[in-house]
Write a protein that binds this ligand. Structure first.
Ligand SMILES: Nc1ncnc2c1ncn2[C@@H]1O[C@H](COP(=O)(O)OP(=O)(O)OP(=O)(O)O)[C@@H](O)[C@H]1O
Length: 257
């Protein structure tokens, strides 16, 4: 099957520094691929190039075979490439339910008047409730967003991303800054989304056990270059990756090409 997302020689330079360098990557539809690599390897920059927040110095991004390199982030979201924070923002003074409902509404582009269009309003609420359940926030519908724990906030962001109903989800370190107790819940949320079989998920993560648990494939970025892209087992057995990790991939002094 043709990849849903593909890059060809994707490159971006910031002054003299090449943050992403000639990356050729293919994302099969309805799979989960993790991106790993040391700090500064170019993972977030690669995401920004996929989502349209950055324009490459060279190379192309394709979505379902169509070049989208010149498209804005919003246009890419409409097409089916979603990243949290792109269109919707969490309103801190609103409840979980109101935030998710507004995100559903922004996708539906519905302008409604609450009482005259009760059926529509009910539809938005039902959709929001479904998403809240999907991210395991049921029971917290009426909590004010600003009062959520860090882990709950990340769940809310995922629900709002899901509300956009994009085929591809770009998740940038969903467990960042979380306490150890909060991590399994996010793992459950991502597993649940994956199990629907409807989404293609690209995940940047540092937590190796989580990556191995969830991923169909793993790609390794190192100094902006694609070092490997293969099954979790192949990645773990890959000598180059092993050397890179064990031999100081995370040692800043070793990160020179
Ligand atoms: N807007 C920018 N201007 C200049 N340099 C940048 C810019 N964005 C990223 N860089 C540089 O590009 C390199 C890659 O950064 P990036 O944030 O993509 O790495 P990363 O793999 O996501 O790291 P981390 O795991 O720490 O998030 C870094 O050296 C960074 O300093």
């Amino acid at each position: 099957m043709d990849p849903i997302l593909k890059t060809d020689n994707l490159t971006i330079r910031f002054g003299g520094h090449t943050a992403v360098s000639g990356v050729n990557f293919e994302m099969p539809a309805r799979q989960l691929k993790s991106i790993i690599g040391p700090n500064g390897a170019g993972k977030t920059t690669f995401f920004n190039l996929l989502s349209g927040e950055l324009k490459p110095s060279a190379g192309e991004v394709y979505f379902k075979g169509q070049p989208i390199t010149g498209m804005s982030a919003v246009a890419r979201t409409r097409l089916g490439l979603g990243r949290s924070f792109q269109i919707t923002n969490v309103f801190p003074n609103l409840t979980v339910l109101e935030n998710v409902r507004l995100a559903v509404q922004s996708k539906e582009k519905i302008r409604y008047q609450m009482f005259r269009h009760f059926v529509r309003y009910q539809y938005l609420m039902d959709e929001a409730e479904k998403l809240i359940e999907m991210v395991l926030l049921q029971g917290r519908e009426y909590a004010i967003a600003s009062q959520l724990s860090h882990g709950e906030k990340r769940k809310l962001e995922i629900a709002m991303l899901l509300a956009l109903d994009t085929e591809v989800l770009l998740l940038d370190e969903p467990t960042a800054g979380m306490s150890l107790e909060e991590v399994p819940a996010i793992l459950d949320v991502i597993r649940k989304i994956k199990q629907t079989g409807e989404k293609t998920i690209l995940l940047i993560e540092h937590k190796m056990d989580m990556i191995l648990d969830l991923s169909d494939s793993i790609m390794v970025l190192f100094n902006g270059k694609l070092l490997a892209d293969a099954s979790p087992k192949e990645i773990m057995d890959n000598e180059m990756v092993q050397n890179a990790y064990l031999g100081g991939l995370y040692d800043e002094n070793a990160v020179e090409s």
